[in-house]
Design a protein around this ligand. Structure first.
Ligand code: MG
Length: 343
């Protein structure tokens, strides 16, 4: 299960078994960049499989997750998501009423995002060959004016030669912003699945972020964006640090975490910053525009808890967290996700 959990073990699986045979395309942003999406001929392309258990959970369902997940991976490259595909694999005996609920939810989320499913495939396998239902969503996006304006704004403040918002774009002095509370999706899933009764019900944050992201690009100054899904914020920051060859310093006290999520993590011995989110974005921005981007985020429903959590440095090349008690510790990349099958 750890091989599919988004952490170090999955990275190793991808490198040793997938990139070994499927890398080497030579496209603008290739498979081996392991970024949120790939880019070929200015088309942004992404594919995601969804195996969340259970299919319906507090705050969402696999249908909403499937649309939002792919839309967000395309949007965080700085692209406009344009169209999606969906491939269903269904276990024999799966109730048609549940199937309809999932597809209806996909349609609702498509309308919310303004991005539609335009082709797909449906297969049924015999009972026991699959755990109920799996969906693959792929999508394409394209370059948009908001990205050109954003990059022009970055260039007013520092040199920048990338054409997309890649994991490798961070430089010393950039600020790191999170759009909201960390850990909601994973803890909502886990507590519902395992029947834990925490004081307050925690809802998944699963939501399409493409409209919010476009607003940030119009503010300008954004150099990198990433949705902190599997492996959570800890994984996102470590991927950035590794690919940009920089250090990242974050302040624990500034990272927004809901009280209920914090309590659940303490009780279960889980690191909240390693838990997957499905409706949040981490933003790397030039220092001069950080307050403007923060203000723009806070004006929105999805970004009202946004915070500047830290900055990029040349002083070291890892992710370091200044803790609440004033110490400093390395925030390592997660080995595996503490909560399996959340997306
Ligand atoms: Mg992503």
């Amino acid at each position: 299960m750890a091989h599919g959990a988004g952490g170090h073990m999955m990275q190793q699986l991808v490198k040793d078994y997938i990139l070994k045979y499927l890398g080497g395309s030579g496209v603008e942003v290739p498979l081996e960049a392991l970024d949120d999406s790939a880019v070929i001929d200015d088309i942004v392309l992404k594919s995601d499989c969804h195996t969340v258990k259970p299919l319906f959970f507090p705050g969402g369902d696999i249908g909403r997750l499937a649309i939002a997940g792919t839309v967000n991976d395309i949007a965080v490259m700085g692209a406009e998501p344009r169209a999606l595909t969906s491939g269903f694999v269904i276990e024999e005996g799966f109730p048609l009423t549940d199937f309809e609920k999932i597809v209806r939810s996909m349609g609702d989320t498509c309308r919310e995002a303004g991005v539609y499913v335009i082709t797909g495939d449906t297969k049924v396998v015999e009972k026991g060959a699959l755990d109920k239902f799996v969906v693959n969503t792929s999508g394409i996006g394209r370059r948009m004016e908001a990205l050109e304006r954003n990059i022009a704004e970055v260039k007013k403040h520092r040199s920048f030669d990338a054409r997309w918002l890649l994991d490798s774009n961070l430089r010393a002095g950039d600020k790191i912003i999170v759009s909201g509370t960390m850990g909601d999706h994973g803890i909502a899933l886990l507590s519902f699945r395992e029947g834990y009764d925490f004081d307050s019900a925690i809802l998944s944050d699963v939501t399409p972020l493409n409209k919010l992201i476009m607003e940030l690009l119009y503010v300008g100054g954004v150099v990198s964006m990433k949705d902190p899904t599997r492996g959570g914020l800890a994984n996102t920051l470590n991927e950035w640090s590794e690919k940009s060859h920089v250090g990242i310093m974050v302040e624990e006290d500034r990272i927004p975490i809901r009280e209920g999520v914090r309590a659940a993590c303490e009780m279960l011995g889980i690191e909240a910053l390693e838990i997957g989110n499905e409706g949040k974005v981490v933003v790397g921005v030039v220092a001069q525009k950080a307050l403007d981007v923060l203000a723009a985020l806070r004006k929105t429903e999805q970004g009202r808890d946004a915070e500047i959590i830290g900055e990029v440095t040349d002083a070291f090349t890892s992710v370091v967290m200044e803790t609440s008690v004033g110490g400093k510790r390395i925030l390592p990349p997660p080995v595996g996700d503490p909560i399996p099958r959340i997306c």
